[in-house]
Design a protein around this ligand. Structure first.
Ligand code: NAP
Length: 211
């Protein structure tokens, strides 16, 4: 698929690299001239290309948002109707003081994004872990893949994102409509607390076992 990344830091660069390695055509949006994160991501995987944000988005079927949540509203408003019909993967998390929810748990960041881009097909994915797991999701000692929960309201977009999740080495788990995004954002805060504060391994993941 043709995938554009807005944001090429810890998360964007890790996912862009993995998508490109599984045969996708990945473009990094050049947010501003001389972006260090874009330069580093290009050095990490020379098959990636960088283009101005409008051109990257116009050419993409899937646009991944991987910037700080605070930057999202400005970016999405600026892109306006360019996002219509695109699959917009929200990889961001609104984080508030003391690892609280950045929107006071009233609604999810993803729902805010869907409101700002009403004609985009918004899916929340790749958010419930730190970037270390996105770089390397292999757990060779276990006969199970780590779970990547995702949600969204567009069934066809969800199928395509599920395939992308598989391509990155995770087992996709569809947890429902966009209304579930708030729960995923809380799960993320839990993961961040466990790993960044309580010092569990950054390769801590969730697995879905059913019987
Ligand atoms: N870090 C994690 O482990 C992790 C895991 C899952 C989800 N997340 C979420 O993913 C998002 C990105 O986190 P990160 O750790 O990858 O951040 P990061 O390393 O700081 O990278 C942020 C990226 O966003 C770009 N950016 C910032 N403001 C922008 C703007 N106004 N327009 C265009 N690009 C802009 C930066 O470009 P420049 O370098 O040019 O400034 C950089 O490429 C956050 O919402 C975070 O909550 C993080």
């Amino acid at each position: 698929m043709k995938i554009a990344f807005i944001g090429a830091g810890n998360v964007g660069a890790a996912l862009a690299d993995r998508f490109a390695r599984t045969g996708h055509q990945v473009t990094l949006a050049q947010g501003r001239e001389g972006s260090e994160s874009v330069a580093k991501a290009l050095a990490r995987n020379p098959s990636l290309v960088a283009r101005p944000i409008e051109a990257a988005v116009d050419a993409a079927e899937v646009v991944c948002l991987a910037t700080p949540f605070q930057a999202v509203a400005g970016i999405v408003k600026e892109l306006g109707s360019r996002l219509a019909g695109k699959i917009l993967v929200d990889c961001t998390n609104p984080v508030g003081p003391g690892l609280s929810h950045g929107l006071e748990s009233k609604r999810s960041g993803t729902q805010v994004i869907q409101e700002l881009a009403p004609d985009a097909r918004v899916i929340k994915a790749f958010t419930i872990y730190g970037y270390e797991n996105l770089e390397n999701p292999a757990f060779p000692a276990y006969n199970v893949k780590p779970t990547m929960m995702f949600c969204g309201d567009d069934p066809q977009a969800k199928q395509q994102v599920a395939r992308l999740i598989e391509d990155t080495g995770f087992a996709p788990l569809d947890v429902g409509g966009l209304a579930q995004a708030l729960h995923l954002e809380h799960m993320t805060l839990l993961w961040v607390r466990l790993v960044r504060v309580d010092k569990h391994s950054p390769h801590l993941v969730w697995a879905a076992l059913e019987r």
